[in-house]
Write a protein that binds this ligand. Structure first.
Ligand code: PEP
Length: 262
């Protein structure tokens, strides 16, 4: 069984005080029964990794970064390496988020270099893929996703693939309040699982977690997370408030509890 994974992407929000307060609020409640059976991670801005890491040390909440560079060290002004993220005790790194692809021009090739570099230092990459509204209207969603998967995961062995998380995030659903329907999301997740299966075989593909991201809230989380190929969520806006983030974790936890009881 795939353990559901809920991750918060805090993006470039909040000041230091607000960021630390959010970490403290989550820390206070996360040990409670209603959040059991779910893996939880938060990805603060890199300048706050140290402060958030200090708050979350010894808790079940994992620390993640929102990006990294593919080289370990050297003359790369402004960049942060996977090795440095490991120094902050990061477990995860979000790679190829749509804001990086579409605002900052990141390519599949760059994402791929970062995926390999992250795995080299034992960070779990959360590899984001997703179509734009135009691509959906043109009925090119599956084609675009397959292209992003094959470009972002080029030359990745099955063993390496078994250590990644994929996040399907339709660009039109991010931060818009307009989540994909369960049918739309499940259709793409199933296609992603199929692509992973054709690359890595049944055994590996059935263990890779595929998160959904795009306007997930406590009130739509259960329906989305109950789909067969949706194994968690990457949350933007709703991860900035402890109550809404915890509400989503609680939904995942109750579904996980029901699945184990079957
Ligand atoms: C995201 O940016 O990864 C995201 C899913 O944002 P939101 O939840 O705000 O749509």
């Amino acid at each position: 069984m795939r353990v559901p994974f809920i991750a918060g992407n805090w993006k470039m929000n909040k000041d230091r005080e607000g960021t630390v307060k959010l970490a403290q609020d989550l820390k206070e409640k996360i040990g409670n029964e209603e959040y059991k059976g779910v893996e939880v991670g938060v990805c603060p801005p890199s300048v706050y990794l140290h402060a958030v890491g200090a708050e979350l040390a010894g808790t079940p909440i994992g620390l993640g970064a929102q990006n990294m560079y593919h080289e370990d060290e050297g003359a790369f002004t402004g960049e942060i390496s996977g090795k440095m993220l490991k120094g902050f005790k990061c477990k995860y790194v979000i790679l190829g988020h749509s804001e990086r692809r579409h605002i900052l021009g990141e390519t599949n090739h760059e994402v791929c270099l970062k995926v390999h570099a992250a795995l080299n230092v034992d960070l779990t990459p959360i590899v984001c893929v997703g179509e734009t509204l135009l691509e959906r209207i043109q009925e090119r969603t599956i084609e675009v996703i397959k292209e992003q998967i094959s470009g972002s995961l080029a030359v990745l062995t099955a063993e390496r693939a078994s250590r990644i998380v994929v996040a399907y995030e339709p660009v039109w659903a991010i931060g818009t309040g307009k989540a994909a329907t369960t049918e739309q999301a499940q259709e793409v997740h199933k296609a992603i699982r199929g692509t992973l299966k054709s690359r890595y075989g049944e055994e590996i593909s059935s263990t890779i977690r595929i998160q959904y991201g795009g306007s997930v809230k406590p009130d739509n989380a259960r329906e989305l997370l109950s789909q067969e190929d949706i194994d968690g969520a990457l949350i933007g806006g709703a991860s900035l408030k402890a109550d809404s983030f915890l509400g989503i974790i609680a939904a995942a936890s109750s579904l996980a509890g029901e699945a184990t009881a079957k």
